[in-house]
Design a protein around this ligand. Structure first.
Ligand code: TRP
Length: 348
């Protein structure tokens, strides 16, 4: 997307953020994740924490576990049911409350998926081919551009619009999809009659959470601290992270990505600044730094991990949460699809 439209989105995002506590009743949040593994600290500080805050402001909140999106760039659904259930466990352990937030999966909501047909008629091949996030995902996967990979941003518009979501907390990479969703909503409304809002992205102000090597935190880079890791696994991962030979600890993300990523991780978990932590460690070297980071992360995650354990002991409850979420999402999707068919004159 162009710099101009990014700036415009950022401005709208800031305005909405200021309005949220004033008028929570105006907003419906829809966002979600692909169930490809366990949630990690990057997800937590990047978006999960914000979802909990929006939920607790009294905004209508819906979270999609995007199971059909898993096969945009993979050939297998191995472990998908286990990943979906663990994702519910992670959400609840972080403070998502199923009494307030609907948690559901793509594959359980047929009416959501049916929106794909009219929506596909509202986009052109060249718009689809221009999406930079789709291109990046195709390059990373080394796969052919399948029909699903090319059109999943339209499917994502179905995710957002089936519940008339108007705010979507996402990272920068998802902004082209939001832009596409706005266009679909606008074109539908113009062509057939007003049904859908034009949703806005809620851009995260926090800098991208670095993984242990200073690159973006991602499971596929092996640099991520999972919420579900044990204290010992966390210690081991931090211990083997790459730092440098300079014993004097300083915060310098460009020059010292490893040391700086560790400082940022500890800063997020303690509420202190990187500079403050660096000054305290001084000449202590990376051993002292790693010890401090490990203690900070494990202390921060202790209540989340304890809650995880409790939830894991009652998987029937997790199943119930998912069934109830899917039921509620179907009710909303059926009502929206009825409205779409009526607006399009397809009632027989
Ligand atoms: N594409 C998102 C990701 O990879 C997941 C997702 C699916 C999503 N549907 C969504 C995000 C709808 C926001 C809104 O993380």
């Amino acid at each position: 997307m162009s710099i101009d439209s990014y700036e415009a989105s950022r401005k709208r995002s800031d305005e909405i953020r200021a309005d949220l506590p004033e008028h929570p009743e105006k907003y419906t949040m829809l966002t979600g994740d692909r169930p490809t593994g366990r949630l990690h600290l990057g997800h937590y500080f990047g978006t999960i924490r914000e979802r909990v805050a929006l939920q607790d402001l009294g905004i209508s909140t819906r979270i999609i576990i995007a199971d059909y999106q898993v096969i945009t760039d993979r050939d297998t659904t191995a472990n998908i049911a286990d990943n979906v259930r663990n994702m519910v466990v992670d959400y609840l352990a972080c403070g998502i409350d199923p009494a307030k937030t609907i948690i559901f999966t793509h594959s359980a909501v047929p009416a959501l998926n049916q929106l794909m047909l009219p929506f596909l008629s509202l986009v052109t091949e060249s718009e689809l081919l221009r999406n930079p996030t789709v291109k990046a995902e195709q390059d990373a996967s080394g796969h052919a551009l399948t029909g699903l990979l090319l059109t999943y941003p339209v499917h994502q518009a179905c995710d957002i619009l089936f519940c008339k979501g108007n705010i979507v907390p996402v990272g920068k990479d998802q902004m082209p999809h939001i832009e596409q969703t706005r266009q679909i909503a606008r074109r539908f409304n113009e062509r057939y009659g007003h049904v859908f809002p034009e949703p806005d992205g809620l851009l995260n102000d926090a800098p991208a959470i670095p993984g242990l090597d200073g690159r973006k935190m991602s499971k596929s880079y092996g640099n991520a601290i999972s919420l579900s890791a044990t204290d010992a696994e966390t210690a081991k991962l931090i211990k083997k992270s790459q730092t440098d030979a300079d014993r004097n600890i300083t915060y310098d993300p460009e020059g010292r990505p490893g040391v700086s990523a560790l400082l940022t991780t500890a800063a997020l978990c303690t509420g202190r600044t990187e500079a403050d932590i660096a000054a305290e460690i001084g000449d202590g070297g990376s051993g002292t730094l790693k010890k401090y980071v490990t203690e900070s992360v494990n202390a921060y995650l202790a209540p989340i991990r304890a809650r995880r354990e409790e939830l894991l002991a009652d998987m029937d409850y997790i199943e119930d949460v998912l069934h109830e979420g899917n039921r509620a999402a179907n009710e909303i999707a059926n009502a929206t699809l009825d409205e779409v068919r009526e607006t399009m004159g397809m009632v027989y």
